[in-house]
Ligand binder design. Structure first.
Ligand code: PLP
Length: 434
């Protein structure tokens, strides 16, 4: 067996990162002081000092069914030991089965087909290419405060300046996000649908390739699309020749509690669905699930992701789907998420800096403001509470364009005992402010 010495100390790890990571991989760190995790089990993490934390971030929403879930690990290890990788040029039953199983959890009565990628951003790129190829139109609509990934194409549909770098492709028009707490047009879906009409009429050729929507914006700060918005957007987009592209990278696989997919809450059937993160429970995997006829024109050219349809990650993905079903994790997300939301609402009554609490299932957020009337975002208080949460044994995320939102997206196995600990920990984190 190969043994490679690993120095687990926080100081040495920080020093190596500083010296050998490019600047591009150094910025995105959560806490003032570095943190090393040595172990994860289900909804818990342990740091280098052996201290336990409740993971409310799930490694950026990747850990859907629990850290190191034994069934997922066993499935991936068994496949890796036989044939770790098999390029899509050759046929392999594991990804073929997984494609069938994914199609089976999509809305019935449609011809769903699957293209596996390695990440969400690759899947977004592919969805954009498919929509442009199928419709023959270039212009896409996206939402402000959307996050769709780091590749050039995915950045071009991402609506947060901090994630946009020079050199992105164009032909993207942004519309205001229907944020029910602080949206520019106030509450309701209609004013934001009118904005789609105006934008198509003024900022595109009039014919579009499609529109990308996260049913609940994740990194944007847990902004749920209000009832009627996705279906209303779909009508308008289709009338302008475009396709509805739903990004389920954060919302998918039962996390929102009531449904397997976030779009189902609005009773709409998308043309293209993008998934990643929770699909692999930490194994790098993404997928575009699309109506068959939309993918058909792609037959004329090659589209190859080297690790797309990798049997090891697909074995993990198959196990994830089975565990979600066996352990009733969608239902758990609904029940435990509702209990946590109630505790957050209770916190709001006692801490004036909490402007809003919101979310669906196990996708929840607290928005911090300087003043509840003006709703001015308060990133400074958010950062303090965030640091205090670390002390209280909670890992969560600072999100949103102003970094003023505490986002909670734990593994879907979080339980009601954890909810008590989270509520008490948050309470201590707020109390420590004064
Ligand atoms: C909603 C959404 N779409 C797409 C992506 C991009 O996925 P990946 O980081 O796997 O490329 C992310 C990543 O955070 C995301 O949250």
């Amino acid at each position: 067996m190969i043994t490679l010495e690993t120095d687990w100390s926080v100081e040495a790890t920080a020093e190596r990162r500083e010296k050998y990571y490019a600047a591009s991989q150094q910025k995105f760190v959560p806490f003032r002081e570095p943190m090393v995790f040595t172990k994860g089990e289900m909804q818990y993490l342990w740091d280098a000092d052996g201290r336990r934390y409740i993971d409310l971030l799930a490694m950026n929403v990747c850990i859907s069914v629990g850290h190191a879930h034994p069934k997922v690990v066993a499935a991936a290890c068994a496949q890796a030991a036989e044939l770790t990788h098999c390029t899509t040029m050759f046929y392999h039953p594991v990804p073929a089965h997984f494609a069938e199983e994914l199609a089976a959890v999509m809305p019935k009565g449609h011809d769903w087909v699957v293209h596996f990628t390695n990440s969400g951003a690759e899947a977004i790129d592919l969805a954009m290419t498919m929509a442009r190829g199928f419709t023959g139109n270039l212009d896409l609509l996206s939402l402000r405060t959307a996050y769709h990934g780091p590749t050039a194409a995915a950045q071009s549909v991402t609506g947060i300046a901090g994630w946009r770098h020079p050199g992105m492709p164009g032909n993207v028009a942004f519309v205001a996000e229907p944020n029910q707490y602080r949206g520019v047009f106030g509450a309701g879906a209609q004013p934001y649908l009118d904005e789609i009409d105006r934008t198509i009429a003024t900022a595109t050729t009039g014919q579009i390739a499609g529109m990308l929507i996260e049913p609940v914006q994740g990194y944007g700060g847990v902004i749920a699309m209000p009832p009627g918005y996705i279906s209303g957007a779909a009508e308008r987009v289709r009338a302008a020749g475009g396709l509805l592209i739903i990004d389920e990278v954060q919302t998918g696989f039962g996390r929102t509690g009531d449904h397997m997919w976030g779009f189902e809450a609005d009773g709409v059937i998308p043309d293209i669905v993008v998934m990643a993160k929770g699909i692999g429970n930490g194994f790098p995997l993404g997928a575009v699930v699309v109506r068959k006829q939309i993918a058909e024109p792609m037959r004329d050219k090659f589209m190859f992701h080297t690790y797309g349809a990798n049997p090891t990650t697909c074995a993990a993905g198959r196990a994830v789907l089975q565990v979600i079903h066996e352990e009733k994790l969608q239902e758990n997300s609904r029940i435990v998420g509702a209990a946590l939301l109630q505790r957050l609402q209770d916190l709001q009554t006692r801490h004036a800096s909490i402007g809003d609490v919101r979310g669906r299932g196990l996708m929840l957020a607290i928005e911090m403001v300087k003043d509840r009337k003006t709703k001015e975002p308060d990133p400074a208080i958010t950062a303090q509470v965030f640091e205090n949460c670390r002390e209280a044994g909670l890992i969560l995320s600072k999100s949103g364009p102003n970094q003023s939102i505490l986002r909670m997206v734990p593994p879907m196995c979080l339980n009601l005992r954890d909810v008590d600990l989270v509520a008490e920990g948050l309470d201590r984190a707020f109390a420590a402010l004064s």
